[in-house]
Design a protein around this ligand. Structure first.
Ligand code: ZN
Length: 298
């Protein structure tokens, strides 16, 4: 009888073991994010204590990306997901989270002052977002403002101390250092852009709305409702570009540059690439500030 019971316990524990196919490979906190700049934010606060996996890889676009099965597998064992509510998340959310009810969901957009998207100049194809009523008409590019990133950093910190409370001190120190570096960056950009001659810049996909809001600039988008402009709209854009003495038109690697090239050729402007999804976020923000300062001082 006793022997049988022992055997039984062994059997049960063996089958339990087999029920855990997603046994953790690492002791580190497994964090999932949607876009590359968030990887940077989580690493600043989590340091060596975290592994970060980004759902949208280099070159992917948050508006139409579909996650791969390998990424879905990662999610089934992740400790936390930092949401930023880009279109991709809103479209895939249920499928991405169903396998792992234990995963802590951190909404890093709580408390962000969203910019409403102008209906005429809506930058995206928001088909998927249209269904998710709570973010309808919001400009999603909140990672391109140091001030809005400070809010996101607080949420990431809260999430990390929830899933890994024993390292609270380290996370806290890292977060404080990151917030300080964001203040330094904010001041630096403000100073850099304080005395430029012009305040308007032309861009294909209007990703820099929060940046423009923070530093008193204005974006003139080329893209209209996520599409290339029509011939008539192109003529209108060229008139505006001439009137505003536009010398540089910005494009991003994830979107078409055809209409930007056409306008640039017509008005004698140059086309420059800016990547709103660059992995080295801090360096990219400085690059944007310096490029704009130089462009708008001509
Ligand atoms: Zn975008």
């Amino acid at each position: 009888m006793r022997k049988q019971m022992i055997l039984c316990v062994v059997c049960v524990s063996m089958s339990l073991f087999q029920l855990l196919p997603y046994a953790k490979a690492s002791e580190k906190v497994q964090v999932a994010v949607s876009i590359l700049p968030q990887t940077y934010f989580v690493r600043q606060i989590g340091g060596d204590l975290v592994d970060v996996t980004c759902m949208i890889p280099e070159g992917g676009t948050p508006h139409i990306y579909e996650p791969r099965s390998q990424q879905m597998r990662f999610l089934s064992s992740a400790d936390m997901y930092v949401r930023i509510k880009v279109d991709f998340e809103n479209a895939w959310w249920e499928k991405m989270t169903v396998a792992n009810p234990e995963m802590l969901i951190v909404d890093s957009t709580q408390g962000v002052e969203f910019i409403k998207e102008n209906e005429d100049h809506k930058g995206h194809n928001h088909k998927e977002e249209e269904n998710a009523s709570d973010h309808k008409g919001r400009d999603p590019h909140i990672w391109l403002s140091p001030r809005m990133v400070k809010i996101q950093a607080e949420h990431i910190y809260q999430g990390l101390i929830t899933v890994d409370p024993k390292h609270q001190e380290t996370y806290k120190a890292n977060k404080e250092a990151f917030l300080q570096s964001l203040d330094v960056l904010d001041n630096e950009i403000r100073t850099r852009l304080a005395n430029v001659k012009a305040r308007k810049f032309m861009i294909f996909h209007p990703a820099w709305s929060y940046f423009a809001r923070d530093y008193g600039l204005e974006q003139i988008p080329i893209e209209i409702e996520g599409k290339e402009p029509s011939a008539k709209e192109m003529a209108g854009l060229m008139t505006i570009a001439r009137k505003e003495h536009i010398t540089v038109i910005f494009v991003q690697p994830q979107a078409s540059r055809r209409s930007a090239d056409t306008i640039a050729r017509q008005i004698g402007a140059e086309v420059r690439i800016l990547n709103p999804l660059a992995a080295h976020w801090m360096k990219n923000m400085r690059y944007m500030a310096n490029t704009l300062a130089e462009t708008l001082s001509r």
